[in-house]
Design a protein around this ligand. Structure first.
Ligand code: OGA
Ligand code: MN
Length: 269
């Protein structure tokens, strides 16, 4: 999603803003999932013909100016240059993807279900410590529209999301050990909203764990992991005592994530 270095042109036609680029590679690779935030509105792009895309906002608004995004300056940290490059291109974190009100409407729907469950501890082989979780298929209209906004940003139009949204609640002392989501259950993209508490998600190269990068996940942010970041890196949610970003402590508390995934690749069609 590196738009900063690729020239493109935005122009308006009959109330719709189009984006034009001479780079075939950019069109092929990025246009179908073009997304940026401008004044807290989210814009996604739909490829219309080989030379243009329609850029539509989450609230029906259209893009009318430069939309380069510099997400990696704020929410990505990695000492290794290759790791930084890979994570910058194959994952993204949007701060304030949802409003405080939207966070509350999600919590209002989720909490009654979670409260019936007990936190799971002490299973030595569990990938997650001090957690409870549920999966939800049907949502209120307002929450459905939030989740649809996530899908429109994270997934391409031809991709099929899993029908269930995963809700994971971890306690203040909870954490997620390094793992890669099973390819049997999940396709190339994972998209998670973080609620309540800030946290740090560490992505480490599976075949060289000394190489890693950290994502800062503030409450109400959205992270998306796809392709290499999803298949070649493990991800883990750091426990409270290790929760640091760029050297600064990130105070952990109870955290809830609302995760949407794609259907496994072999089931897509
Ligand atoms: C998982 C996972 C991350 C999160 O449930 O597999 O990695 O943001 N969750 O909670
Ligand atoms: Mn996972």
């Amino acid at each position: 999603m590196d738009f900063c270095r690729t020239p493109f042109l935005l122009f308006r036609f009959r109330n719709t803003t189009f984006l034009k680029s001479k780079s075939a590679d950019m069109k092929r690779k990025y246009f179908a999932r073009f997304i940026s935030c401008k004044n807290n509105r989210y814009f996604s792009a739909i490829q219309r013909d080989p030379s243009s895309v329609m850029v539509a906002g989450s609230d029906g608004a259209c893009m009318s100016s430069d939309c380069s995004s510099h997400w990696s300056d704020r929410f990505l940290s990695a000492e290794d240059a290759d790791v930084f490059r890979t994570l910058k291109s194959d994952c993204v974190v949007y701060g304030d993807f949802i409003s405080v009100e939207e966070e509350n409407t999600l919590l209002t729907e989720i909490e009654p279900y979670l409260k019936r469950l007990r936190y799971e501890h002490d299973h030595w082989d569990n990938a997650i410590h001090a957690y409870r979780e549920t999966e939800r298929k049907h949502w209120s209209e307002v929450n459905k529209s939030i989740l649809n906004r996530v899908k429109s940003v994270a997934f391409e139009q031809t991709e099929i999301p899993l029908p269930y949204t995963h809700v994971l609640d971890i306690e203040k002392d909870g954490y997620i050990k390094p793992h890669i989501d099973s390819v049997r259950f999940c396709g190339r993209t994972i998209a998670g909203l973080s609620l309540l508490s800030p946290s740090v998600l560490r992505l480490a190269l599976e075949n060289n764990k000394t190489k890693y990068g950290d994502l800062l996940l503030l409450p109400r942010s959205l992270y998306i992991m796809r392709d290499k970041s999803r298949y070649e890196f493990t991800h883990e949610l750091l426990p409270s005592e290790k929760s640091k970003f760029k050297g600064k402590p990130v105070l952990r508390d109870r955290r809830i994530s609302v995760i949407q995934r794609l259907k496994p690749d072999d089931e897509e069609k």
